[in-house]
Design a protein around this ligand. Structure first.
Ligand SMILES: [Zn+2]
Ligand SMILES: [Zn+2]
Length: 134
C-alpha cells in the first residue's frame, strides 16, 4: 500500500465514495514513477500529448507502458459485513474515459463482490464526494 495522497497532481485517479447502502471506498492511484530513473512521476507535458514523459531523465513512454505501471490503493468498508479493509495491486484502468466501473474487487472477509464507480458530474456535486481524473 502506498502513502495517502498529499498532492493531487501526483495522482492519475482518485475517488471517495459511498458503496450503497452504507459502505465506503477511498481509491487512489499514483502516476507511476519512471521505471528507468525512478526520480519523477511520468506525466503528459500537455493534456493533448500522446506520450508520457519523465521530467528527470527526459525519457518518454507510450500510453501502454504507462498503463502497465499503474497501481491502485483502496481503503474500503464493506456494506454487507462492515469489514474495513485495504487493498493494493496492479490496476487495469478502463480504456474509455466514460467507463463506469473503475475497479471490481471482493470483500476479503465475506467475499461480497464490490465495485468502485466513476461518478457522474451531477451526482458528484450532490454527494459532496471528491473525484478527479487527471
Ligand atoms: Zn526517468
Ligand atoms: Zn464483507
Amino acid at each position: 500500500m502506498e502513502d495517502k495522497p498529499k498532492d493531487i497532481t501526483e495522482l492519475d485517479f482518485f475517488t471517495r465514495q459511498i458503496i450503497d447502502p452504507d459502505g465506503f471506498a477511498f481509491f487512489w492511484a499514483y502516476k507511476p514513477k519512471c521505471p528507468d530513473c525512478s526520480n519523477s512521476r511520468l506525466k503528459k507535458l500537455k493534456k493533448r500529448d500522446k506520450v508520457y514523459v519523465c521530467e528527470s531523465c527526459k525519457k518518454s513512454f507510450e500510453p501502454e507502458e504507462y498503463l502497465a505501471l499503474l497501481k491502485y490503493n483502496l481503503e474500503y468498508t464493506c456494506p454487507k459485513c462492515k469489514n474495513k479493509g485495504e487493498l493494493y495491486g496492479s490496476w487495469v484502468k478502463p480504456k474509455s474515459k466514460t467507463a463506469p466501473i473503475m475497479l471490481k474487487f471482493a470483500c476479503e472477509k465475506c467475499k461480497e463482490k464490490l465495485k468502485v464507480m466513476r461518478m457522474k458530474k451531477a451526482k458528484k456535486k450532490k454527494a459532496k464526494t471528491d473525484e478527479a481524473d487527471i
